[in-house]
Design a protein around this ligand. Structure first.
Ligand code: SF4
Ligand code: SF4
Length: 375
């Protein structure tokens, strides 16, 4: 298994990480813990979990596996997270995670889910950076980390806001959105931080629709999984790519891919990214040129959600806005649109953004209508 130094943390981690959000049978603790142990035996040493993953069972599964892994005496690293916004909440979550994980200290404890540019300053004003610092001083946390889906320069601004505390960053990045997020990787690497990617497989979308994405498979690669993993692991500054494993077969496939890893060159990286964008012209490429909405409507995020809707149905786009982007009231968001069409004028793909907004609004109204009829 490939391994690498993890920024300036002093840890040496496997380049393939275990993302603990996709266990196929989370209620079967022992069976799923065996998948984690299987991954460890195959050389994976970076394990990422969080409260709430897999109906709140992910940390418990890892905790069961960790009791076995500890017996080997070999090094391993565990990442968990909290999106609590108060010092008491952060401490309570950290203590609960430690108990569930059967650990004395969490290696990488994340300020979790920074989705809006103002999220960190709001939590900071409540004192969460102080409590993270306290937890580290008390030895309950080894490294303070941050997890984000921010884009472009927002990541660098967020790292500055972190007062130099963050030693590693977990970032949603893949072949589809790397042009939006890669500046963030560079900002983190410049600060000596370890960088881990989540959503390496596009939140599963690249794998779930192989017919749609088959054409992006790069020469020499056996599968979309190989292209997606090879893409992320070829980007300078990225130490670990997470894959959300469902079972031991998933682990074996990814381990095999990483074991024969050959880095893409800079020109191959940009060709792969350009190819993906040119193949799917009706898709929002997430280029971000429409970001300056005078009403602060998150057009890029709405169109990213709509991309998913085109594959899985528009309801999925609404779910994605809710659960991925923390936007619970999409109609209110869209109601602020003055239809000035500045976003459509800027759109590099000439997408009918307003018509897509309309479709999302109608889908939301239809869903609410259905709910009220049932009620
Ligand atoms: S049309 Fe709506 S979403 Fe687009 S820039 Fe104008 S106000 Fe913003
Ligand atoms: S300009 Fe068009 S393609 Fe680019 S992010 Fe906006 S909607 Fe997507």
């Amino acid at each position: 298994m490939l391994s690498t130094e993890f920024g300036n943390t002093g840890a040496r981690v496997s380049r393939l990480g275990f993302g603990g959000m996709r266990f196929e049978a989370p209620e079967k603790t022992e069976e799923m813990a065996a998948v984690v142990k299987h991954a460890f035996d195959a050389g994976i040493t970076y394990f990422d979990t969080a409260p709430a993953y897999c109906d709140d069972k992910s940390e418990i599964i890892f905790g069961t596996a960790i009791q076995e892994i500890k017996k080997t005496g070999r090094p391993f690293y565990v990442s968990s997270k909290t999106m609590e916004a108060t010092p008491d909440g952060v401490r309570r979550h950290c203590e609960r995670s430690l108990e569930r994980l059967h650990l004395d200290a969490i290696d990488f404890y994340h300020v979790w889910c920074l989705v809006q540019p103002e999220d960190l300053s709001k939590r900071k004003a409540q004192g969460i950076l102080k409590v993270f610092r306290d937890l580290k001083e008390e030895g309950l946390v080894r490294h303070i980390s941050v997890s984000t889906h921010l884009e472009h320069g927002h990541i660098e601004a967020m790292l500055d806001e972190g007062e130099g505390l963050f030693e590693s960053m977990l970032l949603g990045l893949n072949i589809q959105n790397y042009h939006l997020r890669y500046a963030g990787v560079q900002a983190a690497a410049k600060r000596g931080m370890g960088v881990v990617t989540m959503n390496t497989l596009g939140g599963g979308i690249l794998m779930d629709y192989p017919d749609r994405y088959r054409q992006i498979i790069q020469p020499g690669d056996a599968s979309i999984l190989e292209t997606a993993l090879r893409f992320n692991l070829s980007l300078p500054g990225i130490a670990v790519a997470l894959v959300g494993f469902r079972n031991s077969k998933d682990v074996d496939e990814a381990v095999e891919v990483v074991n024969r890893f050959k880095a893409l060159s800079a020109s191959e990286i940009s060709a792969a990214s350009d190819q993906l964008r040119s193949l799917y012209q009706e898709f929002c490429t997430q280029c971000g040129y429409c970001s300056d909405c005078p009403q602060d409507i998150p057009v890029v995020r709405l169109m990213e959600a709509y991309n998913r809707g085109m594959i899985k149905g528009v309801d999925i786009a609404l779910e994605h806005m809710h659960y991925h982007w923390n936007s619970t009231d999409v109609p209110a968001l869209l109601a602020a649109c003055t239809q000035c069409r500045a976003c459509e004028e800027e759109c590099t793909q000439q997408l009918p953004i307003l018509a897509r907004f309309e479709e999302m609004k109608n889908a939301y109204a239809a869903r609410e209508n259905k709910k009220s009829l049932k009620g």
